[in-house]
Design a protein around this ligand. Structure first.
Ligand code: FE2
Ligand code: FE2
Length: 406
């Protein structure tokens, strides 16, 4: 007879507190990271993947693997956006097809567990050996299926790979329902932000979706490194990055208030035009300031300060009456740590992306030339500590650059 499995008090309390925290996350990538992290913690699983539906297939939207990515955190970006069809050929595909949980003890000996195959391509590509798997459909309200969470290789206390348990299944089922709703909400937020950014892009074709997406991702990786070096706990870093990713993406939104005459002028701007162009920092600030949301307040800070330079040669500097001005005077900029950390990070992420990508008016610079420029400007344009963090995670930066295209 089937044993009745119930969750203990600790697990239920855990579920409730995680549920609250995931509903407070705004950025979709940070949310998926948190969901996988929590589920892997509960099941002691080595790895996990979140697939979301995209054009009739399942697309890898987030992946974690303690063993594979331990010494190579950049590698996780390699697998993003890979797709698998929704059919019986794979465990996740079959889970989506039938909208049912699948548990497999050993994927290389699958027959008794489910009526599905195992897609070996990931193992073959990485040399990793998958054994136990649980795949759970992500359903939002109204039973709408939006994707699949898959965890691999549960371990016992000694680190030996074991099958997932009925208790794991119950926990993940509760969690997945909640997670799916949070994911849908974060997808809606992302979609609204992308529309805002599209508006900026219509006005200024230099600010493409690819550019803002890449630079937002560079920014959170740089902050992660900066905070890790200072011993900040992962949870705190995750929460900060949730805001930083979105706020960084909005750095140039103030450009919508600059006239076409100046914004789209093909020739060099005159001194007076430049003073007006520089106002995009202030317009962005005015758009987001004094909001109730922490993301908007961070966006206001970044918009205002992303053209400041470490040595004080940037703009707009300290402004007395920020509500009244209509052009930016040439004067002393803010210096060093007068510039908020977020803006110091965004300054580097923004310039790196602008130099290393193709834009309508220029070809990308060579890698050597870009890196040379950044080194030369450490302590001038850029905060030297941020430059050091950038170089410590340069492998990751490169992966992001190839992964997120226009
Ligand atoms: Fe800007
Ligand atoms: Fe930019």
């Amino acid at each position: 007879m089937k044993q009745n499995i119930i969750l203990d008090k600790n697990s239920i309390e855990n579920l409730l507190s995680i549920s609250e925290s995931i509903h407070n996350i705004s950025d979709i990538d940070i949310l998926l990271d948190k969901i996988l992290f929590e589920l892997r913690k509960f099941t002691n699983a080595e790895g996990g993947t979140i697939f979301l539906f995209d054009d009739g297939v399942l697309k890898i939207r987030y992946i974690q693997n303690e063993i594979l990515f331990k010494n190579n955190p950049a590698a996780k970006y390699k697998y993003l956006d890979k797709t698998i069809p929704i059919n019986k050929e794979s465990i996740a595909g079959s889970c989506a097809l039938n909208s049912k949980i699948i548990m497999v003890k050993d994927v290389y000996n699958i027959k008794e567990d489910c009526n599905c195959g195992f897609n070996k391509s990931f193992d073959e590509m990485t040399g990793y050996r998958t054994k136990s798997v649980i795949a759970v459909p992500l359903k939002t309200t109204g039973n709408k299926l939006i994707g699949v969470i898959q965890l691999i290789n549960a371990r016992n206390k000694d680190g030996k790979i074991i099958p997932f348990t009925e208790k794991d299944k119950l926990y993940i089922t509760y969690f997945a329902n909640d997670a799916a709703i949070a994911i849908e909400k974060a997808q809606n937020t992302r979609s609204m932000i992308l529309k805002m950014l599209k508006m900026v892009e219509y006005r200024d074709p230099k600010e493409t979706g690819g550019h803002v997406n890449r630079m937002g991702t560079y920014a959170i990786e740089i902050y992660h490194e900066w905070a890790k070096q200072r011993g900040f706990p992962e949870e705190l870093i995750r929460r900060f990055n949730d805001k930083l990713k979105i706020a960084a993406m909005l750095h140039d939104t103030g450009k919508i208030a600059i006239s076409d005459e100046i914004l789209k002028k093909p020739d060099k701007l005159t001194d007076d035009e430049l003073k007006i162009m520089k106002m995009h920092t202030v317009y962005g600030y005015r758009l987001f300031k004094d909001a109730d949301s922490e993301i908007e307040n961070m966006a206001a800070d970044i918009a205002l300060n992303h053209h400041e330079k470490w040595d004080g040669s940037g703009y707009p500097g300290i402004i007395e009456d920020i509500e009244k001005i209509s052009f930016i005077e040439n004067k002393q900029g803010k210096k060093g740590t007068e510039i908020p950390l977020t803006a110091r990070i965004v300054a580097l992420a923004d310039v790196y992306d602008a130099l290393s990508s193709k834009r309508i008016y220029k070809e990308p610079w060579s890698e050597d030339k870009v890196l040379d420029y950044i080194k030369q400007n450490s302590g001038k344009h850029f905060d030297p500590e941020i430059v050091d963090c950038f170089f410590s995670i340069y492998d990751t930066i490169k992966e992001i650059k190839t992964k997120i295209s226009e």
